[in-house]
Design a protein around this ligand. Structure first.
Ligand code: SAM
Ligand code: SF4
Length: 346
C-alpha cells in the first residue's frame, strides 16, 4: 500500500472526540448499558429473589432524563446503547424512549435485552421506533425447566415473541442462555438445535456472582469450556471464528457443517476486562463502570438539582477514571456488589 493510501485510510478513521472516555488503563468506552427499571415479570433464580420490593417510581429516571444523559455521553464518545433492566418491556411506552435515543445524531445503535415475554405485543412498535437489535434471554425449551429457572410460566410467550420479532424485520436475533452447573446442562443441546434450525445466534453466558440469593459459588459456574464439550459430543467439532469486534466479549464458533454458529461469554473462566468498553446507567440514575463496581456516581442528583450538561459529563468522566483493571472474581480481594443483576442491568 502506498503512503498516500495509508494517509487517506487513516483520515477515514474518526479521531476520538475531545474528552473521550479513556480510563487509566487506556480502555476507551463506547457502549452504555441503560437500565430502565428494576421490575420484572420473571424471577430467575440466578438474578432475583423470590420476594422483592422495587424502587419507588419517582426514583427512576424519566425517559427525557435518560435521553439527556445519553446525549451528553454521546458527546464523550458513547456510540451504542443497550436497553435493559429488570425487564425493560414492563416499563410503559419503551418505544418512546427508543425514538428519543434514535434521534441522537451521534448514537449508532440502540439495542434491547429482554426476556421476551412481552415481545410479541411490542416488537412492531419497537421496530418502527428504530430499535436496531434484540437479544432474548432463554435458558430452556422445556416448560417445566423454564418454570424451575424463572419461577414463572411463560415459555410459549417467549417463543411467540421471537417469531414476531423476526416477522417485524429484526435480523441477527441473539439468544442468551446462562450456564449454571447442575441446572442447565440438559438444556444445552435442545437450545442449540432450536437456534440452528431457526437461525438464531445462541450465546452461553457463565453464571456470575450477581444473584440476589447469593447462592453463587465457583462450583456453580458451568464454564464455557464445559458447555462446548457437551455441545461437541452431540453436534460435532466447533470451529473458532476470527474476532471481528474487539469490544465483543463473546468467542464465537461455527458448527463444522457450516450451518449456524454459537458463542461463549466467559466472564468467570476467561475474563475480558482488558477489552471492556462498557459503562452502565442504572434505572435509578447511577453511573457504574463495572457490574462488580463497589461505587456509583449519582447523575440523578446532578440533573435534579439543576446541574448542567458539563457537570453530567464530568461525573461520567470521573466514573471512568475510577474503573478498576478487572472484576477480580476468584481473588481474595473480590467483594460481591450490593446490587444484584436486576438492580444494575445486565
Ligand atoms: N430481563 C432481561 C433479560 O433477562 O434479558 C434483561 C435484564 S437481565 C438482568 C440481562 C441478562 O443478564 C440476561 O441475559 C440474564 O440471563 C443475565 N443474567 C442475570 N443474572 C445473571 C447472572 N447471575 N450471571 C450471568 N448472567 C446473568
Ligand atoms: Fe428478570 Fe432478566 Fe433477571 Fe430473569 S434475568 S429475573 S428476566 S431481569
Amino acid at each position: 500500500m502506498s503512503v498516500n493510501h495509508m494517509i487517506a485510510n487513516q483520515e477515514k478513521v474518526a479521531a476520538p472526540p475531545a474528552g473521550a472516555l479513556f480510563d487509566r488503563f487506556g480502555r476507551r468506552h463506547t457502549d452504555l448499558r441503560v437500565s430502565v427499571t428494576d421490575r420484572c415479570n420473571l424471577r430467575c433464580t440466578y438474578c432475583m429473589p423470590e420476594e422483592v420490593s422495587f424502587r419507588p417510581r419517582e426514583e427512576l429516571l424519566t425517559y427525557e432524563e435518560i435521553a439527556r444523559v445519553v446525549s451528553v455521553a454521546t458527546q464523550q464518545g458513547i456510540r451504542t446503547v443497550r436497553l435493559t433492566g429488570g425487564e425493560p418491556l414492563v416499563r410503559t411506552g419503551l418505544a418512546r424512549l427508543v425514538r428519543l435515543l434514535v434521534a441522537l445524531p451521534l448514537l449508532e445503535e440502540v439495542a434491547l435485552t429482554t426476556n421476551g415475554l412481552l415481545l410479541a405485543e411490542q416488537a412492531e412498535e419497537l421496530a418502527s421506533a428504530g430499535l436496531t437489535r434484540i437479544n432474548v434471554s432463554l435458558d430452556s425449551l422445556s416448560p417445566e425447566r423454564f418454570v424451575e429457572i424463572t419461577r414463572r410460566t411463560g415459555l410459549e410467550q417467549v417463543l411467540a415473541g421471537l417469531s414476531r420479532a423476526r416477522q417485524c424485520g429484526f435480523r441477527a436475533i441473539r439468544i442468551n442462555a446462562v450456564s449454571v452447573r447442575g441446572l442447565t446442562e440438559t438444556e444445552i443441546v435442545p437450545l442449540a438445535e432450536f437456534c440452528r434450525a431457526e437461525g438464531f445466534h445462541l450465546r452461553f453466558i457463565e453464571f456470575m456472582p450477581l444473584d440476589a440469593d447469593a447462592a453463587w459459588a465457583n462450583e456453580s459456574v458451568l464454564t464455557g469450556a464445559a458447555v462446548r464439550q457437551i455441545l461437541e459430543e452431540t453436534c460435532g467439532p466447533l470451529v473458532p471464528l476470527a474476532v471481528t469486534d474487539s469490544g465483543q466479549p463473546a468467542v464465537d464458533y461455527a458448527y463444522a457443517d457450516g450451518s449456524g454458529r454459537v458463542g461463549f461469554i466467559n466472564p468467570v473462566s476467561q475474563p475480558f476486562c482488558d477489552r471492556c468498553d462498557r459503562l452502565r446507567l442504572t434505572a435509578d440514575g447511577q453511573f457504574q463502570n463495572c457490574l462488580f463496581s463497589q461505587a456509583e456516581w449519582d447523575v440523578r442528583q446532578v440533573i435534579r438539582s439543576g446541574g448542567d450538561d458539563d457537570q453530567v459529563a464530568q461525573l461520567l468522566a470521573a466514573c471512568v477514571r475510577a474503573k478498576q483493571a478487572g472484576h477480580g472474581i476468584g481473588t481474595e480481594q473480590f467483594k460481591r456488589p450490593e446490587r444484584a443483576m436486576y438492580q444494575i442491568g445486565g
